[in-house]
Design a binder for this molecule. Structure first.
Ligand code: TYM
Length: 334
């Protein structure tokens, strides 16, 4: 098993919320990246169910979504032989570490998180957990002394906060954490909404037509891409500022194929938007069909529980050791 191979020296870690809707953005921004990197790194990938409950969730749905996400991870190429796949809530040391970090993070620094500002604006009755969410994320990361955290650009600020928290803790109490680096592989990794290409493609979007879900049927995917917002220029050129819709479709196509931005601009010189959209749609359909087939084989299989059971004891031990070290450093012992 590669998970235990001594030749692997660097590690990566990422988490994904079980929101029920995993978008093409999540796939490109995180899951697929992990599937590529698993060959080279010791890899942790987990379902962040405790982050999910920072906004109200229906318990039955949450339960189904957790299982579905594990199946999707594996269908997307996350190999259980090469990754530690687990549920965040099954490793209670994340929450324990989070509390110690909470007591070492300033309110001001946390108030600067842009995701909190956006989300709290949408619901004035937000819960305290929404505010402290980035600290739990820091705990997720710092528990394992990982080298890199592959995420979409929207999570960059949170990973930087984790790094700052670690730096501050090390300075105050002595060396305790490795400083993680954010890993954003492609500069244009942020996949935008198809209808409002000035916003990221988000599972919480109000308009279904703007998001591609990993389990959308081929015809639905085609319809959504054909209906994507573009502009009236009829020019297939990469220019995110002035042509956000076309640039987003180019990003989607380059992310899921061997073509570069330049290849696509050349291939579609003088062609119309309809041709280009059909091309992008087929790339997406092809990629997602393979994933969906594997997903439906896995979702009701006992194999899923076996994988989760096998991993949890190992990750609990690692996070527990970190928690005990933190407590010791902070003077919390008899
Ligand atoms: P979440 O569940 O919102 O998203 C999971 C991953 O998908 C990326 N992503 C995108 N990337 C590109 N374009 C998009 N439109 C897009 N939408 C989402 C996100 O950047 C993320 O990498 N707080 C995190 C989960 C988390 C985590 C962690 C991540 C909890 N603990 C520790 C890394 C390490 C979140 O809510 O991601």
């Amino acid at each position: 098993m590669k998970k235990f191979s001594e030749s692997v020296t660097k590690s990566i870690l990422t988490g994904v919320q079980p929101s029920g809707v995993i978008t093409l953005g999540n796939y490109v921004g995180a899951i697929r990246q992990m599937a590529k990197m698993q060959e080279e790194y010791l890899s942790y990938i987990f379902v962040v169910d405790m982050h999910a409950i920072t906004v109200p969730k229906d318990p039955k749905e949450l339960h189904q979504n957790i299982r579905s996400l594990v199946a999707l991870f594996i269908a997307c190429g996350i190999d259980p032989e090469k990754n530690f796949i687990f549920l965040q809530s099954e490793n209670e040391y994340h929450a324990n570490i989070s509390w110690l970090l909470e007591c070492n993070t300033s309110f001001g620094e946390l108030s600067r998180m842009t995701q909190f500002k956006d989300k709290s604006k949408k619901n004035v009755n937000f819960k305290a957990g929404l505010f402290t969410y980035p600290i739990l994320m820091a705990a997720d990361i710092l528990a394992y002394d990982v080298d890199y955290v592959p995420v979409g650009i929207d999570q960059k600020q949170h990973v930087e906060l984790a790094r700052n928290i670690a730096l501050h803790f090390n300075k105050t109490y002595g060396d305790t954490f490795k400083l993680p680096d954010v890993y954003i592989t492609e500069s244009q990794t942020k996949i935008m909404d198809l209808i409002s290409p000035d916003k990221k493609m988000s599972k919480s979007s109000d308009n279904e037509k703007g998001i591609i879900k990993m389990l959308d049927k081929p015809d639905v995917i085609r319809k959504k891409i054909m209906g994507a917002t573009t502009d009236s220029e009829c020019l297939i050129k990469y220019d995110p500022l002035n042509k956000p819709g076309i640039s987003n479709l180019i990003n989607i196509a380059t992310a899921l194929s061997q073509y570069s931005i330049h290849d696509i601009e050349n291939m579609f010189e003088g062609k119309n938007y309809g041709d280009f959209k059909r091309f992008v749609a087929e790339i997406v359909v092809q990629e997602l069909s393979v994933i969906q087939e594997k997903y439906y084989q896995l979702i009701d299989s006992p194999e899923l529980d076996k994988i989760l059971d096998e991993n949890i004891d190992i990750v609990r031990k690692i996070a527990k050791d970190k928690f005990l070290l933190m407590k010791k450093r902070m003077g919390m012992y008899r």
